[in-house]
Design a protein around this ligand. Structure first.
Ligand SMILES: *Cc1c(COP(=O)(O)O)cnc(C)c1O
Length: 397
């Protein structure tokens, strides 16, 4: 029978109960938590735009003009000129024909995969893909095949096994809990060879990677012919909220007709679209933010390597420190908090068993001294140092 208390108790006993913290933002990188001001290293606001006055102004101006709620779904009466402006702006920026807006990235992935495939089709996904991609496959009823992380030989073999079937490859662009980058060029080649559709969810690459922040596909110079479906989220580097899928006009027109998570939900507040438009101007033009972020990433990796911390192969703003044991990760997070730094511990099932970690994320608003402060604190936690090679500088790539 139903026993929610027991489920909770089991989760707690396994050390996997999640705890929600309440943050009162102080500035882009500091927040008050339980009455104390902490330096935050666990936000996805990689470019520091969430509290940018230009976004706030654009948001407020549109809210003054058109109110807060859109009042209905896009197909009924919720679609506004600023939604069109945002879709066109995104398409131009990312060099795609057309863009369809979604309320969130989670809904974009559910809606796109469910619209593209169904019973009898196959979806190939990296084992470390975001939950929303996996859930999209489950919702669609297609057969889900999860290949080992980044393993293109396995993906090739699996695609080859299903000649004649409609196949979709879906991958994170930058992996959300590891920070590494998918081999998108190789994926595009495989997709072309087997006639599979390819979808890249670049939630963590958009804004951060690429010459004008176009993400992993811009960096790899892959247009919509190579990768027809690009999903992006706006709640991370863009500093606002929402998501989109970008691609060739016919694909997007088809998705607009069939993506149920877009059709049967209220259109986002128009003010959000206005704020996102302001964010895109900054993302596109202010390469200095990306440069500074890259400098911080290098500084962090160098220092962490010298301390013997276990880093992953990441050149993005996501720089996890591996711990392994879930309870130890939680304890390390608590210790950092005592020292004035907020970093969350990520545990199974979000990450594979025995790979609990501190998911450190950097922001363009951090300064060198903030990174040094973080390194000092991390270096004082013995459980974070590699057991084997106490302090082999630079060995952790
Ligand atoms: C955060 C994230 C999402 C979900 O986006 P939301 O807009 O927060 O719902 C989807 N995919 C990946 C890879 C993500 O990291």
């Amino acid at each position: 029978m139903w026993n929610p208390a027991q489920s909770l108790a089991e989760r707690r006993a396994a050390g996997l109960e999640r705890r929600q913290r309440t943050l009162e933002p102080v500035d882009g990188i500091h927040a008050r938590v339980d009455g104390r001001e902490l330096l935050v290293f666990c936000s996805n606001d990689y470019l520091g735009l969430a509290a940018d006055p230009r976004l706030q102004k654009a948001f407020a101006a549109e809210a003054d003009l058109s109110g807060v709620g859109s009042g209905a779904s896009h197909f009924v009466s919720g679609h506004r000129p600023v939604h069109d402006a945002l879709a066109e702006r995104l398409a131009a920026w990312l060099h795609r024909d057309r863009v369809l807006l979604f309320a969130t990235g989670y809904m974009a992935n559910l809606g796109v995969i469910d619209a593209l495939v169904g019973r009898g089709d196959r979806v190939h996904q990296d084992r470390l893909n975001h939950a929303s991609l996996l859930d999209g496959a489950r919702l669609s009823g297609a057969r889900l095949s999860r290949y080992p992380h980044l393993d293109m030989t396995q993906l090739d073999a699996r695609l080859q096994r299903n000649p004649g079937a409609r196949q979709l490859i879906a991958s994170d662009g930058v992996f959300s809990m590891d920070g590494d980058v998918a081999p998108v060029a190789a994926m595009a080649q495989l997709a072309a060879r087997y006639g599979a559709a390819l979808m890249v969810d670049d939630a963590h690459g958009i804004g951060v990677l690429g010459r004008t922040g176009g993400g992993v596909l811009q960096e790899a110079d892959l247009g919509q012919d190579a990768v027809p479906l690009l999903v992006g989220t706006l709640g991370k580097a863009a500093g606002t909220f929402g998501a989109f899928v970008a691609g060739p006009a016919d694909w997007i027109a088809m998705l607009q007709q069939q993506a149920r998570t877009q059709i049967y939900t209220t259109a986002s507040p128009p003010a959000l679209a206005a704020a996102t438009l302001a964010a895109i101007d900054i993302i596109e033009q202010d390469d200095g933010r990306r440069q500074h972020l890259q400098d911080l990433i290098k500084r962090f990796r160098l220092g962490a390597g010298q301390l013997g911390l276990r880093l992953l192969t990441s050149r993005t703003a996501i720089q996890p420190v591996l711990v392994g044991d879930a309870a130890e990760a939680v304890a390390a997070s608590a210790e950092l908090e005592r020292r004035g730094i907020l970093v969350s511990a990520i545990r199974p099932p979000t990450v594979p068993v025995a790979s609990a970690r501190l998911r450190v994320t950097l922001s363009a608003l951090h300064e060198d001294r903030h990174v040094d402060q973080l390194l000092d604190a991390l270096g004082d936690i013995p459980a974070l140092r590699r057991a084997d090679e106490a302090a082999s500088a630079g060995g952790a790539s």
